[in-house]
Ligand binder design. Structure first.
Ligand code: PLP
Length: 444
């Protein structure tokens, strides 16, 4: 008999519709036959997810799971939020797409609402289709504005997978052998594994060294997240960003905040991740949560900086599609109306406490970190050596799935649970996730 009680799913008054589609095995066979072999999954037998409501997902048999990964930190308002669905349906019925040659208020209304969420002179929006595209554009803008080519990003960063962003990305598992001229990767201010612990100012000196020894003395930009998502939920050491922003400004460069994961209230304490560090970037990029999962991204900058794009024609076909921007506007309203940022703070703090208590109980948990509903749990087989628990994490993940929790993982070593659920997550959901982890770890 288990020493730890089995978790019970919080009640939820919803019955998914009867599923009559192909089985998981049939879909998997087609996926193997027709989708790129690079498409990955963590589970031995991936689940066939046929419906989603709020923070829950349903498989082909109507079994409910807590979605602790929230898409991939995309579904901020909850799956199929009625206001977002309505905005998408209404806009789809009216106009699905037009060209930038005409006017349409679905696009400008959202641009205005988005600009109102950003500080200072960050008021000019350019819509893209993804986070990668947003970061590509931000890097291009910085190069044009400064006339420099050197970009500094952090080791362990993930910024996308196109030519420029793959250069800025700094994890070998995400990099192909492509030319990445002009990119320098700074020591990661990682309080858990980093050489200077949580001393942000010490790490910041490496950026000055890169400028001194690896560039002409001037750079185009520094790009980073406030909390590295794919990198394993690493909150940059306190004091790091203000010091680096200063250094970059002195070197004539622009500071780019990649808010693809941490934005839209996910960190609870602030709407944007960078705000917790008391810095104001020159360019902010975003995607994921912006449309509750609808493909959309954006770059926001100042009027002076945005001006550089007028030197040539610059445009993309789908960026700022009215259906996506209508979804985006609905998302902003829902976050405000339902106080989702505040909820992320309260529920996220509670879940972090529960997970931290598990760390005290199980040696396998090396670190619990993050803010709001962007939390990480790093598994190690040896706490002193911080040996990544790679096999163990896959086992825990599989067992938690059996108990009804779908969760993400990442980090350079692939040994960190990433907990980024929809921001409507409740304390009962948090208990369910922590209880499922507790039970699984107790059985190992
Ligand atoms: N930036 C960050 C911080 C991300 O986490 C990601 C994706 O995970 C990207 C950029 C790339 O976004 P996309 O996958 O939408 O291209």
């Amino acid at each position: 008999k288990d020493a730890v009680a089995a978790p019970s799913l919080p009640p939820f008054d919803y019955s998914p519709s009867q599923y009559a589609g192909p089985t998981a095995d049939e879909i998997l066979a087609k996926r193997r036959a027709y989708l790129s072999p690079s498409i990955m999954h963590f589970y031995k037998n991936p689940v066939n997810i046929v419906e989603g409501r709020k923070q829950y997902l349903f498989d082909e048999e109507g079994r409910r799971y807590v979605d602790a990964f929230g898409g991939i930190a995309t579904v901020c308002c909850g799956h199929c939020h009625p206001d977002v669905v309505e905005a998408i349906v209404n806009q789809t019925k009216k106009l699905q797409h037009s060209t930038v040659l005409y006017l349409n208020h679905a696009i400008t209304d959202f641009a205005q609402a988005l600009a109102s969420k950003l500080p200072g002179r960050l008021k000019v929006v350019f819509f893209t289709n993804s986070g990668t595209e947003a970061n590509e554009l931000a890097i291009l803008i910085a190069k044009l504005y400064t006339g420099c080519h050197d970009i500094i990003s952090l080791r362990n960063a993930y910024h996308g997978n196109a030519a420029g962003t793959m250069g800025a990305t700094a994890m070998s598992s995400w990099k192909f052998n492509v030319v990445q001229s002009g990119v320098h990767h700074a020591v990661n201010p990682d309080p858990y594994r980093g050489i200077f612990g949580a001393d942000g100012e010490k790490y910041a000196r490496d950026v000055q060294d890169i400028i001194n020894f690896g560039t002409s003395g001037n750079v185009a930009a520094f790009i980073s997240e406030a909390i590295e998502g794919v990198g394993g939920i690493i909150e940059l050491a306190p004091g790091y960003l203000p010091a680096v922003y200063n250094t970059i400004k002195k070197a004539g460069g622009l500071c780019i905040a990649d808010e693809v994961q941490a934005g839209f209230g996910r960190t609870g304490s602030h709407f944007w991740g960078f705000e917790a560090h008391n810095v104001v970037p020159d360019i902010v990029t975003m995607a994921k949560g912006i449309g509750n999962g609808i493909p959309l991204g954006a770059v926001v900058t100042t009027p002076e900086i945005a001006e550089v794009l007028t030197r040539r024609s610059y445009f993309n076909t789908f960026g700022g599609n009215p259906v996506c921007t209508a979804a985006g506007l609905a998302v902003l309203k829902v976050i405000e109306k339902e106080k989702l940022q505040q909820n992320a703070f309260v529920v996220g703090s509670y879940l972090k406490e529960r997970l931290t208590a598990l760390k005290d109980k199980y040696e396998l948990i090396g670190d619990v970190r993050g803010r709001g509903l962007m939390l990480g749990v790093e598994l190690v087989t040896d706490r002193a050596k911080k040996t990544p628990a790679n096999a163990e994490i896959l086992h825990v993940m599989e067992q938690m799935k059996e108990l009804g929790v779908l969760i993400g993982k990442g980090g350079y070593y692939g040994n960190v649970f990433r907990i980024t659920p929809p921001l409507c997550f409740t304390k009962e959901d948090a208990d369910f996730v922590a209880d499922a982890m507790d039970l699984t770890l107790s059985r190992m």
